[in-house]
Design a protein around this ligand. Sequence first.
Ligand code: HXC
Length: 255
Amino acid sequence: MRNKTVIVTGGSNGMGKFMAKRFVEEGANVLITGRTEETLSTAKQEIEISGSGNVEYFVMDVRKPDQVANMVELSISKFGQIDHLINNAAGNFISPAEKLSVNGWNSVIDIVLNGTFYCSKEVGNYWINNEWKGSIINIVATYAWNAGAGVIHSAAAKAGVLSMTRTLAVEWGTKYGIRVNAIAPGPIERTGGAEKLFLSEEAAQRTLDSVPLHRLGKPEEIAGVAHFLCSDNAGYINGEVITMDGGQWLNKHPF
Ligand code: HXC
């Protein structure tokens, strides 16, 4: 991926950071974004020793379209181009649907669904105006097509993002050769999602029991799929979602 540029939103921690590391290892230039300067700056130092690629960071909130526009400008001014966008920024918390406040609902929908659209539209327009065949990876979850009991806001938002993935794959694939795909990770160690799922020992055991492979996924494994989807080997994959969950979502009748 030498001379390629990748934007990873929410790239200062969890899966985002591991994807950024992998891209830098492969020689790419990476722009990570997030809301907290301190975390981004620490992550930059950690990521840039992974390989020969360069790392820059940009403090922003994907909910703010003007900041998203600045993100694209910064990437162009630092690296001269954008080849891949990883819509990884997310917000989530566990709440029974009947207790979820309007603000709680809006805040997750705004980060996950609206944020993904703002970033895709801004980067997509840059590609369209420059006749550049870039690609987008959206991070979803298996509850985008399954039930997301306890996380109705995130489930509804991820279902929207999955629909956006397929819609843009057709709309922008047809007209501009832009590919749009998604990754649906299961429970992945060393991520914010795992922290939320592993609040008690009992909850942790329940999660492990639900995974046929009896282990959590590794963020490095997700990063490997992201790298593959950005590579020329995946040049004919468009509108697809790759699930990496150890078989968890299929496991309806464990015995
Ligand atoms: C109930 C909650 C809550 C909680 C927030 N809210 N946390 N309600 N239980 N645990 C409510 C608040 O009370 C408020 O509503 C509203 O949500 C907005 O909260 P703010 O803190 O003001 O919002 P904001 O600062 O914008 O933060 C957004 C956030 C936060 C989503 C709430 O958690 C966040 O920034 N998270 C980013 C990191 C993250 O979540 N990563 C995990 C992604 S993992 P009121 O009505 O009080 O005003 C993932 C995989 C799935 O997606 C894993 C399964 C769990």
